[in-house]
Design a protein around this ligand. Structure first.
Ligand code: PGA
Length: 246
């Protein structure tokens, strides 16, 4: 399976940040892994134009479960697709925390994403209190069960394991802890979607940097990364792309 280096710009970046995309494409015109950047919605169309004909894919960071309607401020999967997106991040812990997103809502959004022809990058992860209480596998197993749309395939679904306490903190689980979760997720996915689970990309996310990327990517069942802060700079994200292409 092709590995996936995905970047989540979060609420960062205006037009001037597109120079980072040019620098990334100049340094990595044909990476061996898939390369995806998810900028703010305002930059999707421009980034898609800049990426056209290159190996760079562009994605959104959220979508509404409905295709259109009276939902002020929301963006539908159809609109993301129309703007040039191929993927959409769903259920990121910041959305779950800041906007009260439940597993059921994430699943509805994933259904909408698949219907619009987008790949859903579904995020799950435990809080520090949940890990300390020994509940990590129970929590992420429940999130996976509740967030996954019926009929998901390796072509329409990516799962990102992002421990909440590792996001933006510079802290990461041990390699053994990442391995435990990813093996668990592969197994749990098999129970949900059968043999197709073997080909679904399982990303690790949370403080992935050039300095730790290679060792994390060597962990079994880690098929790529979802990168926040380090995706904003072409040099950092490029180094992670290189680690994944090695
Ligand atoms: P981080 O964010 O790489 O800045 O820790 C990861 C994410 O939230 O996707």
């Amino acid at each position: 399976m092709k590995k996936l280096a995905a970047g989540n710009w979060k609420m960062n970046g205006t037009t001037s940040a597109l120079t980072e995309v040019q620098a990334l494409l100049a340094a990595h015109p044909a990476p061996a892994c898939e390369m995806l950047l998810c900028p703010p919605a305002t930059l999707i169309a421009q980034m898609a134009t800049a990426a056209s004909g290159s190996g760079l894919l562009v994605g959104g960071q959220d979508c509404h479960p409905k295709a259109s309607g009276a939902h002020t401020g929301d963006i539908s999967a159809t609109m993301l697709k129309d703007a040039g997106a191929s993927h959409v991040i769903l259920g990121h812990s910041e959305r779950r925390a800041d906007h009260g997103e439940t597993d059921a809502l994430v699943r509805a959004k994933a259904v909408a994403a698949m219907a619009a022809g987008l790949v859903a990058v579904v995020c799950i992860g435990e809080t520090e209190a949940e890990r300390d209480a020994g509940k990590t596998l129970a929590v992420i197993g429940g999130q996976l069960d509740g967030s996954l749309p019926a009929g998901a395939t390796a072509a329409t679904l990516v799962v990102a394991y992002e421990p909440v306490w590792a996001i933006g903190t510079g802290r990461t689980p041990t390699l053994a802890e990442i391995g435990e979760v990813h093996a668990f997720l592969r197994d749990r996915l098999r129970g949900l979607i059968g043999d197709e689970a073997a080909a679904v990309r399982l990303l690790y996310g949370g403080s992935v940097k050039p300095s730790n990327a290679a060792e994390i990517f060597a962990v079994p069942h880690v098929d790529g990364a979802l990168v926040g802060g380090a995706s904003l700079k072409a040099a950092d994200f490029g180094a992670i792309v290189a680690a994944l292409s090695a």
